[in-house]
Each structure stands twice: as structure tokens, then as C-alpha cells.
Design a binder for this molecule. Structure first.
Ligand code: ADP
Ligand code: MG
Length: 274
């Protein structure tokens, strides 16, 4: 029987952190500073530490500019850190070379706020997703690639026959689904969702949340879920972290955080919710 303190996804029959294995993600004293010139340094991510178990969702909230996206990118080592360390499945990422990091990155994905901005308007959906498969040498051969693309479209609730269409032929919600399919192509275990709902109509947001929850269960995904909407974060997250000026000022079980916020900034954030 799933334990009650297990992640939401595990309680619903999804994946659970295997006993005796290191947490899927460990972040130790991560720092990302930017040189702003004239001796000024912006501490975008300032000494952040936390762990994330397999199958878990950690929500990240905080005002614009508090360092959420920078932290998400740093975890995937899309930028070089100023300091600290990130371990994925117990493996420190700092000392991996380019090709080792590329191999490692296959297990990590990112979903952006506005997938349209990153979907090449001149490419058919099949090629956009196919390109993602190619990068990591997956689904070799035309037939196999086509089969996999159709499978991925079906997985995110799109018509497989739409694979030959172009991005502009889809609605905002459908484009986010395409973005998600592209991310899933390499079969990642950890996905950084960087405000995946912010560019969508409210009516569509709920559908995408449902999709992300379903995918988590079916595929055993682990999410770092960055979002503005505190109600959505509470719904989807096992734990929630609050960022303020590059620091993680509070991290707690989501129920606990919302019921009993300890940090002054968390209180002001929650009191702003109608
Ligand atoms: P959030 O996602 O919470 O809105 P960001 O991580 O995007 O915050 O940004 C945190 C801070 O770091 C902001 O002040 C932003 O302007 C700054 N920043 C982000 N990326 C860079 C960069 N490449 N160079 C300089 N400053 C940056
Ligand atoms: Mg951001």
C-alpha cells in the first residue's frame, strides 16, 4: 500500500523513490551570480539547497525576477554555475565534460512558458519532434521515427495525423502540448516546468495541468514546477519552495506551507491571493 507521506503521484499508483537510492536530484549551495559591470554583482541564485525524490513534484513560487528560471536552467547546467553542486541520481554534474553532460541531459527536460517562441514556424510538427529524437540518436530510421512521433502526439492528446502540420495551425494549448511532446521525446525523468501555463487562457490551463499530472503518473516523471498561480502550485505539488531575491526562503509540504507560512515574504505572497 502506498505510504501516506509518499508523493502524490506515488499515492495514485505512480512512481516512488526507490529505497536505498540517492534522491533523483540534489542541489547543494547552488549560486548563479551575474556580473552587472562597475563592480556590481547580481545574485540571481544565492546559495540554494534542496533535494527532490523520484516521482515528486516541487513547486517553485516567487515574484518575477526572484531567480526561478535561472535556478531551473542551472539545475540542467544550461549555464555555468558561480558555485555549488548539483547531483543527478547521485552523480555530480560539475565535472562532466560536454559529451557526458549531453548524455546526462537526455534524462532531464524543460518545458517553457511559450512553446511557440521555440517551435520553428517553418518546420512540420513531425520534424520538430523528430529533431529532438535525432539529437540523442533515438528512434533511428524513418519508419521508427514516424511511429514514435505519432505515439508522442497521442500521449499528449493530439491527433497523430496532425504530424504533417505546422505550428501556426494549432491553438495555444495545442502548441503547449507539442512543446511537451518534444520534451518527452527523449524520455526524461526530471522535467523543469518553467511557467508552462502563463501564456495560456485560464480555461486551457486546467487541461494542461491535468495532462502534466496524467503524464507524471504514466511515465513516472519528477517535476520542478515553476508557476505564478498559487492555487495550481498547491494542487500539483507535494512540496512548495518560495524564492525571494535569489534565495529560497521557505520550503515545506504544500498543505503545511499554505496553512502555516513561516516566512514574512510567504505570508505577504499568500495574502495577495483573493
Ligand atoms: P524569475 O524566473 O523568477 O522571474 P529570473 O531567473 O529570470 O527570475 O531572473 C533573476 C534575475 O537574474 C533577474 O534580475 C534577471 O534580470 C537576472 N538575469 C537572468 N538571466 C541573466 C543573464 N543572463 N544576465 C544577467 N542577468 C540575468
Ligand atoms: Mg522566469
Amino acid at each position: 500500500l502506498p505510504r501516506l507521506d509518499a508523493p502524490k503521484a506515488a499515492r495514485q499508483g505512480g512512481r516512488q523513490q526507490p529505497e536505498g537510492e540517492p534522491p533523483l536530484l540534489q542541489v547543494h549551495a547552488l549560486k548563479q551570480y551575474f556580473d552587472m559591470g562597475r563592480g556590481r554583482v547580481l545574485k540571481a541564485v544565492d546559495n540554494i539547497s534542496f533535494q527532490l525524490n523520484a516521482g515528486e513534484t516541487l513547486g517553485i513560487v516567487g515574484e518575477s525576477g526572484s531567480g526561478k528560471s535561472t535556478m531551473g536552467r542551472s539545475i540542467l547546467r544550461l549555464n555555468e554555475w558561480t558555485g555549488g553542486e548539483v547531483l543527478f541520481k547521485g552523480i555530480p554534474l560539475k565535472y562532466l565534460n560536454r559529451s557526458e553532460m549531453k548524455t546526462m541531459r537526455r534524462h532531464m527536460g524543460i518545458i517553457f512558458q511559450d512553446p511557440y517562441a521555440s517551435l520553428n514556424p517553418r518546420m512540420r510538427i513531425a520534424d520538430i519532434i523528430g529533431e529532438s529524437l535525432n539529437v540523442h540518436g533515438m528512434a533511428k530510421g524513418k519508419r521508427e521515427r514516424q511511429r514514435r512521433v505519432e505515439e508522442l502526439l497521442e500521449l499528449v492528446g493530439l491527433e497523430p495525423s496532425h504530424a504533417m502540420r505546422y505550428p501556426h495551425e494549432f491553438s495555444g494549448g495545442q502548441r503547449q502540448r507539442i512543446g511537451i511532446a518534444r520534451t518527452l521525446a527523449v524520455e526524461p525523468e526530471l522535467i523543469v516546468c518553467d511557467e508552462p501555463l502563463s501564456a495560456l487562457d485560464v480555461s486551457i490551463q486546467a487541461q494542461i495541468v491535468k495532462l502534466l499530472e496524467d503524464l507524471q503518473q504514466r511515465l513516472g516523471l519528477t517535476y520542478l514546477f515553476i508557476a505564478h498561480d498559487l492555487a495550481v502550485v498547491k494542487q500539483i505539488s507535494d512540496r512548495v519552495a518560495v524564492m525571494y531575491k535569489g534565495r529560497m526562503v521557505e520550503l515545506a509540504d504544500s498543505e503545511e506551507l499554505y496553512a502555516n507560512p513561516l516566512h514574512e515574504y510567504t505570508r505577504s505572497l499568500l495574502s495577495a491571493v483573493p
